[in-house]
Design a protein around this ligand. Structure first.
Ligand code: HEM
Length: 384
């Protein structure tokens, strides 16, 4: 997608796509301005027709589900986000390090015996799935089920995917909803030391969280915590292997891991686009965005803007500062950013320290058709 973004950025960084009736923003300054400006929000302004298609009759239960925080504006957004912020602070996340290290090592032990692995299936996918399931309190036996559901759900958000993907998305969301309804009822009677039980306690106190909002929150945390991080770990690992000078640099100075993770986020941004709606007529640069018009902020394009990032198309793991927009910006800034960073940091450090001679077995890259997320379906490597 990068040559396309580059051309747009040079010619028209805030561009109206007539056939799709939306704005595509690829310039960094413009993207950043929009993410910070309250004139852009998640809800369509009142009185304007919604672009979101309603699910057909057989999925009507989904219509009753309230929006999750990602789709809300203040004050509801602020109220709900504050309820769940604490377990995602840097300090709380740092306490997970020993468990994540143990998990990554046990996954790599299994791979070592074979001498080969598929980084997607054997490493990048189990890490975030197991970590977020454990935090929430989803039994690990159910992890395989939910991975398929969250993948179908996230694919259905991509408007380029067509009606079949949309239908699968409804089906998946309904499965997730039914699943969490049962789990929440179980935890209500038998609370455990997990996030779902904490949220139930808040809900039962009365005025801060409605029962259905709790279910929406569980679904969001599960898919947001899993779908994005798989892509960072796998796509980032591939980019490090392809850029061997950068991998050697990291191996010779492991303290570069933090700037390396930020650079891998920038270079091949896992979530390529974020959607907002114009709430009041607003001028961005020379363009006038009208109330009710949808805006796709192409952070994947903005993160390659040469005005901000020197040698933007080059992977440079020492890059600092690195103000990339890969986790968004402003009030919806990714709640799980510290968790994703820690998972990626441990995955790369452990993988490359244990297997410094790692080689790709497929140079092409087995990419998913999804364009909103940069996703590899498989990433076979030799470890010897
Ligand atoms: C929000 C990306 C990992 C939970 C966001 C946003 C982006 C993003 C771009 C802002 C969306 C917007 O403005 O509309 C990523 C990437 C990740 C990642 C690239 C991994 C590399 C995680 C993890 C969690 C998580 C591990 C764990 C629960 C959330 C939540 C929001 C969010 C709950 C909504 C925040 C709000 O609306 O205030 N993420 N994310 N994300 N992310 Fe992440």
């Amino acid at each position: 997608p990068y040559p396309f973004y580059e051309r747009l950025r040079d010619e028209s960084p805030v561009h109206y796509l007539k056939e799709m009736k939306l704005w595509l923003v690829t310039g960094y300054e413009e993207a950043s301005t929009i993410l910070m400006n309250p004139n852009f929000g998640k809800k369509m302004p009142e009185g304007y027709p919604s672009y979101v298609q309603q699910p057909p009759e057989k999925y009507k239960k989904l219509n009753e589900l309230p929006d999750n925080m990602l789709d809300l504006d203040p004050p509801d957004h602020t109220r709900i986000r504050n309820l769940v912020a604490k377990p995602f602070t840097p300090k709380a996340i740092a306490s997970l390090r020993p468990d994540i290290e143990k998990l990554v090592n046990s996954l790599l032990d299994k791979a070592e015996e074979k001498g080969e692995m598929d980084i997607v299936a054997d490493l990048a996918s189990p890490i975030p799935a197991i970590v977020i399931a454990t935090m929430l309190g989803v039994p690990l036996d159910d992890v395989d089920n939910f991975r398929e559901w969250t993948t179908d759900l996230v694919r259905s958000f991509d408007a380029t995917q067509g009606p079949e993907a949309r239908e699968k998305g409804y089906e998946a969301k309904l499965n997730l909803l039914n699943y969490f309804e049962t789990l929440v009822e179980q935890r209500r009677h038998n609370p455990a030391d997990d996030l779902i039980s904490e949220l139930i306690a808040i809900e039962e106190k009365g005025d801060k969280l409605a029962k259905d909002e709790l279910l929406s929150m569980c679904i969001l945390l599960l898919f947001a915590g899993y779908e994005t991080t798989v892509n960072l770990i796998a796509v980032g690992a591939r980019n490090l292997i392809l850029n061997n000078d950068q991998l050697q640099l990291l191996l010779s100075d492991p303290s570069l891991i933090k700037t390396a993770v930020e650079e891998l986020m920038r270079y091949e941004t896992p979530v390529q686009r974020i959607g907002y709606y114009t709430q009041v007529d607003t001028k961005i640069g020379e363009k006038e965005l009208k109330k009710g018009e949808p805006v796709l902020v192409a952070v994947g394009g903005a993160n390659r803007d040469k005005k901000i990032f020197e040698n933007a198309d080059k992977l440079d793991i020492t890059r600092s500062p690195n103000p990339h927009l890969g986790f968004g910006k402003g009030k919806h800034f990714c709640l799980g950013a510290f968790l994703a960073r820690l998972e990626a940091e441990i995955a790369y450090t452990t993988l490359f320290t244990r297997f410094p001679n790692i080689r790709l077995l497929d140079q092409e890259g087995d990419w998913a058709p999804n364009t909103a997320h940069r996703r590899l379906l498989t990433l076979p490597v030799s470890l010897k």
